[in-house]
Design a protein around this ligand. Sequence first.
Ligand code: ADP
Ligand code: TRP
Length: 320
Amino acid sequence: MRVLSGIQPSGKLHLGNYFGAIKQHIELQEKNDCYYFIADYHALTTVRDGDQLRKNIHDAAADYLALGLDPDKTVFFKQSDIPEVPELTWILSNITPLGLLERCHSYKDKIAHGIKPHLGLFSYPVLMASDILIYQPDIVPVGKDQKQHIEVTRDIAIKFNEAYAEVFKIPEPHILPHFAVIPGIDGQKMSKTYKNTIDIFCDENELKKRVMSIKTDSTPVAEPKDPSTCNVFALYVLFAAPEEKKQMEETYQNGGTGYKDIKEALFHKIRDRFAPYYEKRKEFHADRTLVENILRSGARRARETAGKTLREVKKTVGVI
Ligand code: ADP
Ligand code: TRP
């Protein structure tokens, strides 16, 4: 099965990215033909500082590699190294109804958060459709917030196939229900845009500060608490074995334990889970050439696949 996904280098990777996307990406590489990329052209919609973007691209790639992405098993590359993608974007723009883009939550949401609307932000889903369809994947593993973008991609592919010929495979979103929406420290979806993240890699003091600032209700220490509405519990279960989850539920229901102690337990879980990756991360972060070579060699492989699809599309629409 062919698997494809991308992640924007728009800031530090956080637990929402890990459980919603990265963890699945790494697991799926064992038995599938995987294509993963750093979506740097998408990040241009929000990042306006060249040095910052360059750093973000390297950091995101290094973090992915440290977490277990294996460039021998997976085609790992940078979106902007594939010029076929923007070419296809233009072709797809001509069959994309404006109404489809006007309905996108992510566009409306970004504007609601004060980002000035521009053409790139509006046409973002067409670029995304292009960088999915060009590799003809079967599935696209993402968090729930990307579901609508995959639906737009499917609509565009169906429209193209109906208007011209059956060129594109129609991809399926792959969203794991347990990990569909990871909450941030304020209880909303964890997102860089909301500044409510807990980063995968950060120093211990910062991690503790973030965990201790997770919003909870004001139930007194002695009283029973409701795990099902608690953000700390929602994050704790991501790291806990079934037995630990049950024990924690009992701790909530019995009362007598304060949120401070529960947060302490979560802090340990997060720290211990990612501790084994710090050493590898240091190596990849220090070796810019190694990371660049991996991305460049991934791009060569990705371009072979992208080139085939683009050629077929160009023949179909009549420019070749
Ligand atoms: P952000 O919202 O922080 O900018 P991205 O849009 O870069 O994150 O997301 C990269 C990947 O991580 C996408 O597949 C997205 O669906 C997933 N993801 C991001 N935040 C969450 C979350 N809170 N819960 C589940 N998945 C998430
Ligand atoms: N829009 C995605 C996000 O913000 C990133 C992305 C770009 C992507 N192109 C993609 C994800 C193709 C999956 C497939 O997370």
